[in-house]
Design a protein around this ligand. Structure first.
Ligand code: HEM
Ligand code: HEM
Length: 229
């Protein structure tokens, strides 16, 4: 793989954040692929959903104590959105080191809507809600993901910066960001707290739903749903 020289790049995204992103992509992809009752991987739907819940819990903690550009305080800047939009409209696009102002809102929307879809799925599984709302919310999330991926690709083109590669390797090119320095890395204490958040959330989920992480027939577990489709 072409690997830009380390001296020519600088750190932006910390490793736990990148791992979070691609695991969330995997979990949500599996949740969609397994969502139809007659899917060959239907038994994995709830495992994928519960795993996404653990990931979201980690991300909330990481937004407070994670690496520099992972922190909410670094990228939730509503006051900067208007001028960012004005620049986009006149075709001027400034590269951002972390999330740009509009991207910051998209991050909150993606995390928030994923949380709502998870809540609705959990409520369906507990037989307290009709499946339709969960399905509508899930497709709403799919639309938002489409916009997210489109925006990432568009901004990569407009700013001539490969944002996807940065979310994989964690680094951006120095020549596109003169004077930029390595992002502050998360401390050991933050790493530990992140791990604690993952363990505690998993334990809480297992307490509420002992089979949450073992794949099984939804029908066998929640007998009321097998008449669907
Ligand atoms: C981001 C995560 C999730 C996505 C994208 C998602 C998506 C979907 C979709 C699209 C359907 C409708 C399937 C159809 O076409 O009939 C569905 C059904 C369902 N989902 Fe989810 N879901 C997620 C998480 C969860 C979670 C966390 C749970 C429970 C713990 C859950 C439980 C269910 C149940 C019980 C059904 C009804 C299926 C049946 O009756 O067998 N989902 N989900
Ligand atoms: C299930 C699908 C996806 C979800 C739920 C999702 C969610 C997210 C979230 C929450 C963030 C913010 C990262 C953070 O600070 O926590 C993000 C950023 C990002 N995502 Fe995704 N993503 C998805 C798919 C993709 C795909 C397929 C790509 C590649 C084309 C991608 C590329 C990126 C990039 C490059 C960023 C960083 C954007 C920036 O530079 O500001 N995502 N995504």
């Amino acid at each position: 793989m072409a690997h830009p020289d380390r001296a020519e790049t600088f750190k932006v995204w910390d490793a736990p954040l990148r791992l979070f992103h691609w695991l969330l992509v995997a979990a949500i992809t599996i949740a969609f692929l397994s969502s139809e009752g007659d899917s060959p991987i239907a038994t994995w739907h709830m495992v994928a959903g519960w795993s996404a819940a653990v990931l979201i819990a980690f991300r909330l903690v990481w937004g407070l104590i994670g690496g520099e550009h992972a922190r909410f305080a670094d990228f939730v800047r509503p006051s900067a959105i208007a001028s960012h939009l004005r620049e986009l409209l006149v075709g001027r696009t400034e590269r951002a080191i972390g999330h740009n102002p509009l991207g910051g809102i998209a991050v909150i929307a993606l995390l928030g809507l994923t949380g709502v879809v998870l809540w609705s799925g959990i409520t369906v599984a507990a037989d307290r809600m009709d499946e339709d709302l969960h399905e509508v919310l899930a497709y709403g999330l799919l639309v938002l993901i489409g916009i997210h991926v489109g925006a990432v690709l568009l901004m990569s083109l407009l700013t001539r910066e490969n944002l996807v590669r940065a979310m994989i390797g964690g680094r951006k090119k120095r020549d596109l960001h003169p004077g930029a320095r390595d992002a502050r890395a998360p401390g050991v204490f933050a790493m530990l707290l992140g791990l604690v958040a993952i363990v505690l959330t998993s334990l809480a989920i297992l307490r509420a739903e002992p089979t949450a992480f073992s794949h099984q027939h939804r029908e066998a577990h929640h007998g009321a749903h097998d008449e669907r489709d």
